[in-house]
Design a protein around this ligand. Sequence first.
Ligand code: UFG
Length: 330
Amino acid sequence: MNHPETILVTGGGGYIGSVNAAALLQQGRRVIVVDNFERGHREAVPPRAVIETCDLRDEAALNRVFEAHRVDAVMHFGAYAYVGESMTRAEEYFHNNFIGGYHLLNAMRRHGVQRIVFSSTCATYGEVDNVPIDETQPTNPINPYGRSKLAFELLIRSYEEAYGIRHAILRYFNAAGAALEQGEDHDPETHLIPLVLFTALGKREAVSIFGTDYDTPDGTCIRDYIHVSDLADAHLRALEYIKQESITCNLGTEQGYSVLEVIQAARAVTGHPIPVREAPRRPGDPPRLIASARKAQRLLDWKPRYVDIQEIIHTAWQWFLAHPDGYKRK
Ligand code: UFG
């Protein structure tokens, strides 16, 4: 009988990484979580995962992790991920997201690990006129966050050509919702759905709507919200797929919801009036981001289970009701 695969999950204490770690364990894999817990949470790591507290920027420490464990493949989530913050902290973003990734690929190479699934972003496309966005669109990121992710994509491709390391580059649209044991806990929180639900919980007085004069039907920005459990399902499929060949694909529902529609859906889910206030546009926000996810559907045989925004918000609402102050203070 085959031994269970061991997957090294960077950023396994983060929102998307922790849900993936749980999904891997559920499938019978062994999981080594590598996280420095600067922004992730120990409490988010599923109990059966092995924890290695390690910063990807520390190459020697990372190599020791690879020496200590026989790793079959890597899922790489560990990164800084605030677009706004990246605008003034380019050095930190490239150091963590690019140099950290470089160390990771080198450690893989040194230890004969041949597969990586990488958490990339639709921010690699930049401002795109054509929606839905498919993978043939040019990549022209408009902030250091998106550029650092794209730079690492290029490195990964080079490491396949030179050293045969296979990759899945998965470009997520707006990750949302919660699994049973894991949800969103960012500090500071900047994402729309958590902030809307904090208002329903009475932790905030109102939700700011950043711009009501966009060229969209109701004047507010449109996004494609993809459930975090559907992301995990795609990652598991990608991990298998890349045994045959590498893949780069979008992950989204192909449905767009405006900021106002999200707030309206949250009112229906929570039964709370959720007051709003109009605010100026947030710099760098594209009016409309909707995925074409045909490629993932076709090649990974993947289909998101959650397409209805109320259902997605409902899972997040259950999580926030159970963890109103996040992981640390539940
Ligand atoms: N928004 C508000 N009020 C808020 C918060 C957000 O109106 O209080 C709006 C934003 O302006 C945007 C939409 O809600 O139009 C969604 O904003 P989020 O901050 O939730 O998500 P973003 O679309 O800005 O960012 C996400 C990911 C990034 C990724 C980016 C790609 O969080 O990692 O998509 O553009 F890079």
